[in-house]
Design a protein around this ligand. Structure first.
Ligand SMILES: *Cc1c(COP(=O)(O)O)cnc(C)c1O
Length: 388
């Protein structure tokens, strides 16, 4: 039987065939012209995807956590005060990373599914003398979307450098770095950027670069030090070879193909497609009477959905049944509510056909978990929401 299921988790995600083709190309030298062109082009395209014309892009081999680590280690010096706007598991992780590099961290937290209000962020900023504020655009553990535009404006008002963890948002949720005044944002290749796992992608804006240049102490990591990577990024962008650490040649070629597709779709069209797809998923979840982790629609991401299990449904059993029906979904991640919910990723290249397949698999699983369940309505609700 066909040994292939549909992967609908919040990363890694399904890939476009052209991206897969780039991965399967024969390995070249990292100094080959074809690779220099792909690396240079990917750097240029990152600036456009992040909407930061004056930014410095970095492409490093590693996962999203390396992007977090790189952001923190290059910008923080011992004793700096950092404010973390925490909406879940990845906020906790970022706070840990900042502390590891000697920052004094304050966190503003919300209950799982909620997010701190802008006035809470503002009163923290007022009282704090912070150097850096970080916010997770979409916390993948709760599916909560934050108001990055509002938070970046507050950070600018109080002269605080702001960093956006966009690992579950960049190329899926609206993000306009330069226009909104975001100083540094990052993502990883396997989320809405639609490339396999393995690349950390950062864009540092002018203020972040200035803070980095004015450091008094050396960067506390050798591998992640921008001093060593900057000449490499500059050289490749000029289509010249350079070496510090061997780049992930085929991943970068695949990344360039995917970034080309993203820009061909157009950023606004892509953000709108994510909204249409998420409306379809959310309506289907409502039609099945499932609650969601985000406490209201305004707080819910468009790149993923975090529905709670229906009462009486055994979570692991339900996820096993959806997998048997051909669709792989993810379990819970936030430690406080881990067993109560599951996660559907619908970022990147996700189509309405894939959403209908996913909802169909969920209804199939529910029918076998709950004998009185009558399938069909959720698929219709998804289609109806998508078409309006
Ligand atoms: C996935 C994710 C990360 C971590 O990325 P890895 O590639 O798993 O290291 C960080 N932040 C957010 C918001 C994420 O979704």
């Amino acid at each position: 039987m066909k040994d292939r299921s549909l992967l609908m988790i919040p990363g890694p995600v399904e890939l476009d065939p052209e991206v897969v083709e780039a991965l399967a190309a024969p390995i070249t030298s990292h100094l080959a012209p074809i690779f220099m062109e792909a690396f240079g082009s990917a750097l240029e395209r990152l600036r456009q995807v992040f909407q930061c014309p004056d930014g410095q892009p970095f492409i490093l081999a590693g996962s999203g956590t390396l992007a977090m680590d790189t952001a923190a280690v290059n910008l923080v010096e011992r004793g700096d005060k950092v404010l973390v706007v925490n909406t879940g598991y990845f906020g906790d992780r970022f706070a840990d990373i900042f502390e590891r590099y000697g920052a004094e961290v304050t966190q503003i937290r919300a209950l799982p599914g909620s997010r701190p209000a802008l006035h809470e962020v503002e009163s923290a900023l007022k009282s704090g003398q912070y150097k850096i504020l970080s916010v997770t655009h979409v916390d993948t553990s709760t599916g909560v979307l934050t108001d990055v535009k509002g938070i970046a404006a507050l950070a600018a008002k109080y002269g605080v450098l702001n960093i956006v963890d966009g690992v579950c948002s960049v190329a899926g949720e609206e993000l306009r770095m330069a226009e909104w005044g975001v100083d540094l944002a990052f993502t990883a290749s396997q989320k809405a950027v639609s490339t396999p796992p393995g690349l950390a992608l950062l864009v540092a804006g002018p203020k972040a670069l200035e803070v980095f240049r004015k450091r008094k102490t050396p960067v506390g990591s050798y591998y992640a030090d921008w001093t060593l990577w900057m000449p490499v990024m500059e050289a490749y962008e000029a289509r010249k070879p350079a070496y510090f650490g061997t780049p992930a040649v085929n991943l970068i070629r695949a990344l360039d193909v995917s970034l080309g597709q993203i820009l061909a779709e157009g950023m606004e069209a892509r953000w709108n497609r994510h909204i249409a797809i998420s409306n379809a998923v959310q309506s289907a979840i409502d039609a099945m009477d499932m609650n969601q982790v985000p406490v209201n629609r305004e707080f819910a991401a468009h790149t993923m959905t975090a529905p709670r299990f229906l009462a009486g449904v055994n979570g692991p059993e339900f996820l096993k049944k959806t997998a048997q029906a051909g669709v792989v979904l993810a379990g819970g991640l936030h430690p406080a509510i881990k067993a109560e919910y599951y996660r559907i990723g619908h970022m990147g290249t996700t189509s309405i056909a894939e959403v209908l397949t996913t909802i169909g698999a969920i209804e199939t699983a529910l029918s076998s978990c709950i004998s009185s369940y009558r399938p069909g309505e959720a698929v219709q609700a998804a289609l109806k929401a998508y078409n309006t």
